[in-house]
Ligand binder design. Sequence first.
Ligand code: GLA
Length: 384
Amino acid sequence: MNTTQKVENKFNNLFKFSPELVIKSPGRVNLIGEHTDYNDGWVLPAAINKCSTVLLRKNELDHSRAFAYDLDQQFHFRMEDQQKHEGWESFILGVTMEMKAKGAVLKNFDVLITGEVPFGAGMSSSASIECALAFGLNELFDCGFNRKELAFITQMAEHHFVGVKCGIMDQFTSLLGKDQHCLYLDCKTLSFDLIPLDLKEYQLLLCNTNVSHSLASSEYNVRRSQCEQGVEYLQSFYPNIDSLRDVSEEILERHKKEIDPIIFQRCLYVVQENKRVGLSVEALQKGDIRALGSYMYQSHKGLSKMYEVSCKELDFLVEQTEMNEYILGSRMMGGGFGGCTINIIHKNNVEDFIQKVSPLYQQTFNKSLTPYLVELGDGARICK
Ligand code: GLA
């Protein structure tokens, strides 16, 4: 029996009916443009072929039922339930509540969730669950939201129910990604270009540190507020500035002495990273993978030394690539404090690299390294 059948059987046994809908929504990688999305900047992510899957049906009960297949956990809730929940339960409640807040008329339902996006690896497993559920409920109850609206709804579920004031990149990519392409997304206007990702004889390799830091969500919110403080200060001189996308390095340098050094550093990183996203898109369009790789290294340096969201394990993995001419670029990916590095590596050298770095990583940190050769894929879709 394959996994799809197993999961469907479980649904039938638990809820005594077959699912009406099966939806898949992917995780993502991000080539460049880290911590720029909530600053109204630009990002260059891509949807991957690892997805979260939800199976759904309407039920006639006075409550809804949810089952997390991979955790073997079940929970029941009523639509009016406003209590705080933890973990995956908060994803379900968050999406349901935010859809209702936007005017959706939802009735009770049964849902089973399962996923292949590694958790805590910076590949947006939580966004992929939220997007699969929102996309599915939108179909099941004919709510009429478009994909961009669903991205906002799932982002708000993170803000209000999970407690991370994330940007729009992960949800947008999970819903609007396209196989073989990355999304060059303007996070202010939400306009985007699909850029074909042709890495020629190179490919993407993720190296998971298997570190997931408890600091990640609190420090994330701190970074966001530090950027806002920087903008607020500059606004007193330049009322037309709305966010860091409107700020140049020259403006920042002009006010360097008056701004708190930490705030200055955070803002400078974001301004420089925004610039690198544009340059990376140009490089990709010219087929200059080497240039793209060098922007990735610069991005990592900024994230580690200026934005300070890396950790010793991520820095170590990036350092290990610097001496290899068959790796063109490497950097930490996602929110930081753990998770994966993303690497552009020559197809012939993947095995070599993993064989060499895995034992070194194990020796140094007493943790194992998990490599993923990611392939790109499509955004949220109905499978049944
Ligand atoms: C997390 C957030 C995103 C984005 C990245 C950092 O993945 O969910 O919105 O801010 O971190 O680029």
